[in-house]
Unconditional design. Structure first.
Length: 253
């Protein structure tokens, strides 16, 4: 029986998978473990009542286990590992925190308007630490085999790459060759291709309000509450997933 997962729909395209990196982490775990799942796409600007009733905080992702909807990607992926131990994605405890500060420093740098506030240097420092680890232990965090920490980092590094290139014309320095190779390996995996947006514009649209708050009409704002997309053909070609396109776009003043 397929597991049910609620995922953020794309900004302005609620029939497509959205830009939440935490949702993609869960989807990557499902794909790597070859677990069948049914995906409900949630328009987070107009959350359906049934979703709020089963998940009052309204955040995604949430997965239904034994009749109960469970939030939080950390909790969800741990449950998946316990209930579906093969293939194992366990990361050795000594490597579990590798790269854990990258996403936070990326967001700080992305939102920064001050070129000398140290936010770029802080991000480079964290990327350098990852590069050093990969040089010794790579090509993945735990060597030759992908593990949970890689599946957590992959969507975040993708957001970093897309958003910083668009908003700051910035890319990972070429001298961080192991990080650059790492992202190529991650982004070329079948599981990643199946669960990532078919168009980077949805990642950009997702981060836009964080970087430069936007207005719709005179009063409406784009919301980043909660929390990129497969085309219809990819959905049909993926035997693990059934997609329910349940909601139409709606922006209200």
């Amino acid at each position: 029986m397929a597991l049910e997962i609620c995922a953020k729909a794309a900004v302005g395209a609620p029939h497509l998978l959205g830009d939440c990196p935490f949702t993609q982490r869960v989807l990557l775990t499902l794909e790597e473990k070859n677990i069948s799942y049914q995906m409900h796409l949630i328009d987070v600007s107009n959350k359906p009542q049934w979703f709020l009733e089963v998940n009052p905080e309204g955040k995604v992702p949430v997965v239904k286990f034994d009749g109960k909807w469970v939030p939080d990607s950390d909790v969800i992926t741990q449950i998946l590992e316990e209930k579906y131990p093969e293939p194992s994605l366990v990361t050795p405890s000594e490597y579990a925190s590798v790269g854990s500060k990258i996403f936070g420093t990326f967001v700080t740098f992305l939102k920064s308007k001050d070129a000398i506030d140290g936010s770029e240097q802080a991000l480079i420092f964290e990327l350098f630490a990852l590069d050093k680890h990969l040089k010794t232990h790579g090509p993945f965090v735990n060597g030759e085999k992908v593990s949970a920490v890689d599946l957590s980092l992959a969507p975040k590094l993708y957001h970093l790459e897309v958003a910083l290139e668009h908003f700051k014309s910035w890319s990972v320095p070429e001298n961080l060759a192991h990080v650059r190779n790492y992202t190529k390996l991650l982004f070329s995996r079948e599981s990643f291709i199946k669960t990532v947006t078919s168009d980077k514009k949805y990642v950009i649209a997702g981060w836009g309000p964080k970087v430069n708050p936007l207005k719709l009409g005179n009063e409406s704002t784009v919301s980043l509450s909660s929390c990129p997309d497969l085309n219809n053909l990819m959905y049909l070609d993926n035997p693990n997933v059934i997609v329910e396109n349940m909601y139409a776009a709606k922006f209200e003043k």
